[in-house]
Every structure is written in structure tokens, then in C-alpha cells.
Design a protein around this ligand. Structure first.
Ligand SMILES: [Zn+2]
Length: 397
């Protein structure tokens, strides 16, 4: 039966050079896998001024509930120095039991395995009592504006509703079975600009150095810690990512200085309460800066970058138990339920249904010589197939 072999599926996908924003033939290759299984397929073009047009794919098998969604992306990051690759980044060559190619683990491999798992499920049990859909974007590694968000809106407007979602991003640090992600920290960024008065470095009383101000403000953001972590999350952490003065003259006090920061935050906060805390820290530091004895308060302004991503935690037991049980049944290992790492498109999906993430081992993602153990493709396919059976079994209870 078609699509039943995850290795064949993945090699077809890797051979499509789908570096964001190019479709590269990857969605067409996926369509060729899903159509013979009975999926109804829509290719959805998303556009927004100032960003490249992106093609996405939504495929559904079945019409009734319960409805399980698999989500992911076929776009990949650029190959980097192509001559540094041992095997071509779009070759899908297999050497020493590993398949090479950009997207092998992030995350064409996850898609290849889920398609194979569905094919095997149908082969053994017929179409599931309910629906399975693929929500696949070509804009995860890029600006993510014409991707999952718009595809979800498009599908929801047509009346699509889901009961649960599995995202196939690589979640395992070392070995298949290590880790399921059941939530993600939020992320918030901003830029502070401190305004001073330009002048001669030998006459500081006539000037006002913004460098002293930016040091006080950034110090206040980094210390003390925002919290000590919670049951399900590590402590929130703020990093100052750049401080810019751009002053080339050693005898000039500059007129302004700026700094940017990013904070990864846990469920102690939401974006609004965290913004309020950050502003309170900055105002306090501006008023009583020890670096500016006898000076008036630091004059600063703060610009938030748009779209914070919100923290979330999935508590759907049927979903987590089905997946965790499937991992354990196939690998013999009990996966850690984690909320670590960066953000993913799960942050958008969580507004529609409970979502968890499980995929391949992520060690080589975004690197030269990205590759996956061929044996892992078979194991992940078995995990996904077991998950599908268990989840529909649970949902029918
Ligand atoms: Zn990815």
C-alpha cells in the first residue's frame, strides 16, 4: 500500500528543496502520499503585504468526530555551506544507517512517519471511526505569518473543529522516547532607548551619559530572577540580547543608547502581567540609578516587539496518556513530559484544541549534515500508529 514506508516517504520529501518560502514540490509529494489513502486535500495560498506568498496544505480523512489533527511544516531552513555537507542536502542519501538531508529531523521525518502510520492503520483496521487531518504549513521556519495561524483560521471558518492535535516537531534530545512536549514557555521581546545629552567627555556636568542609564536599566531587568519556576516549568529567564551605542569618538558622551531583551516566561505570568513587572523594574531603576549620582531620573522609552507568544500547558489526559503510553509500548521507555525549549506552532494550535508534540531526535536540526537514523523512522512510525489506535480508542470510551 502506498505511503506505508516512512523511508520512501521521507526520501521523496527531502528531494524537494523547500527552503522557506519555496514550496519546492514538498506539498505535492505529500499530496501524492495522502490522496490514495482517501484524504480530501486543499492547497491554501496565504498572502500578506510585505511577506512572501506561502502555500499550505490541509488534508482530511473522514467527516465525523472524534477528530485528530497532525500538524507540521514542510519548509526547511537554508542549507548553509553546501560544500560542507557529506551528502547533498536534498539527496536523501543513506549511509551507515542514516538518511541525510535538510529537514530529515525538522521536520519532514515526522510527516513521513505520520503518513506511514495512517497508511498502516487503514491497512489493518480500515479508516478510523472519526477523522484524521494533516495541517501542514510552508511557513514555520520563516516569519510564520502566512502559515499555521492563517491555515487554522481558514479551516475554522469552513467549520473544521478538532478534538486533539499532535505536532511532529523533533522533541527528543538524545534518544527516541526521551521527551514529549506538553506546553511551551511564552516569549516576549522589547527594546529600551535611553536619551541623554551629548557632550565633551571632559565636561560631564554639561552632558548626560545615556550609557550609565542603559546599564542601570538592563541590570534591573536581569536581576533579581523573575520567579523560581513552577511545577511544570523552569524559571522564567530574561536575556539582554544587544546593547547599542554606536559611538566611535572616545572624547564624546553620546546622546542615546539602546538595548534589546527577550524573556522566556512560565505560567507565573501572562504577557500583560509580565509587561507590568518589566515597566515597574525600569521605572524604579530610572528613578534611583546608582550610576547617576545627583542626576535626574533616566529618560527612557520602551517599545515592545509585536506578537508575544503566550505560555501554555496542555492538561488533556486522554491525549497525553495515549501518546505517552504509545511511546512506552514501542520503546520501553517512559517519556519525560516537558515544557522546555523554544516556541513552536503549537502556540497557535492551543487556541483550537489540546496539543502535544512528539517527533524525532533533534540533535542535527538546522545543522550541516542534518540526518536521521533509518531505524528511528520505523520506530517513530510504530509509535504514531499505536498512538492513533489508542487515541481513537480513548475517544470512543
Ligand atoms: Zn520545525
Amino acid at each position: 500500500m502506498t505511503a506505508i514506508d516512512p523511508v520512501a516517504n521521507l526520501s521523496a520529501l527531502i528531494r524537494c528543496p523547500s527552503v522557506t518560502p519555496a514550496e519546492g514540490g514538498a506539498l505535492t509529494a505529500l499530496e501524492a502520499m495522502l490522496k490514495p489513502l482517501g484524504f480530501t486535500i486543499d492547497r491554501v495560498m496565504a498572502t500578506e503585504e510585505g511577506t512572501p506568498d506561502i502555500e499550505n496544505l490541509y488534508a482530511r480523512l473522514g467527516t465525523g468526530g472524534p477528530h485528530l489533527m497532525f500538524a507540521g511544516h514542510t519548509d526547511v531552513v537554508p542549507v548553509g555551506d553546501e560544500s560542507a555537507w557529506t551528502h547533498g542536502p536534498f539527496s536523501a542519501d543513506i549511509a551507515n544507517g542514516e538518511m541525510y538531508g535538510r529537514g530529515a529531523v525538522d521536520m519532514k521525518g515526522g510527516i513521513a512517519c505520520f503518513a506511514a502510520a495512517v497508511a498502516r492503520h487503514i491497512d489493518k483496521h480500515g479508516a478510523p471511526e472519526g477523522s484524521i487531518s494533516f495541517l501542514i504549513t510552508g511557513d514555520e521556519e520563516g516569519p510564520a505569518i502566512n502559515g499555521t495561524t492563517k491555515l487554522l483560521e481558514w479551516a475554522a471558518a469552513r467549520g473544521e473543529r478538532w478534538d486533539a492535535c499532535l505536532v511532529g516537531e523533533p522533541t527528543n534530545p538524545d534518544q527516541l522516547g526521551d521527551m514529549i512536549k506538553i506546553g511551551r514557555r511564552g516569549s516576549l521581546s522589547g527594546t529600551i532607548t535611553v536619551h541623554g545629552v551629548q557632550g565633551h567627555a571632559a565636561y560631564p556636568h554639561l552632558a548626560d551619559s545615556p550609557v550609565r542609564g542603559i546599564l542601570s536599566l538592563t541590570q534591573a531587568l536581569m536581576d533579581p530572577p523573575f520567579d523560581g519556576g513552577t511545577d511544570n516549568f523552569q524559571p522564567s529567564n530574561l536575556e539582554v540580547t544587544t546593547i547599542d551605542v554606536a559611538n566611535k569618538a572616545v572624547n564624546v558622551i553620546p546622546s542615546k543608547a539602546s538595548a534589546s531583551f527577550n524573556i522566556r516566561f512560565n505560567d507565573t505570568w501572562d504577557a500583560d502581567s509580565l509587561k507590568a513587572e518589566i515597566i515597574a523594574r525600569l521605572d524604579r531603576a530610572a528613578a534611583e540609578s546608582p550610576l547617576r549620582p545627583g542626576r535626574p531620573p533616566v529618560r527612557y522609552d520602551l517599545a515592545w516587539s509585536e506578537r508575544p507568544s503566550h505560555v501554555f500547558l496542555t492538561r488533556n489526559n486522554a491525549l497525553i496518556a495515549s501518546l505517552s503510553g504509545a511511546v512506552e509500548a514501542v520503546t520501553g521507555r517512559e517519556p519525560k513530559l516537558s515544557t522546555t525549549g523554544g516556541t513552536s506552532d503549537a502556540r497557535f494550535i492551543k487556541d483550537y484544541c489540546p496539543v502535544v508534540e512528539f517527533g524525532l531526535v533533534g540533535q542535527t536540526m538546522h545543522m550541516v549534515d542534518e540526518r536521521v537514523a533509518v531505524a528511528d523512522l520505523e520506530t517513530l512510525t510504530q509509535i504514531y500508529e499505536t498512538f492513533i489506535s489508542r487515541w481513537f480508542g480513548h475517544a470512543a470510551d
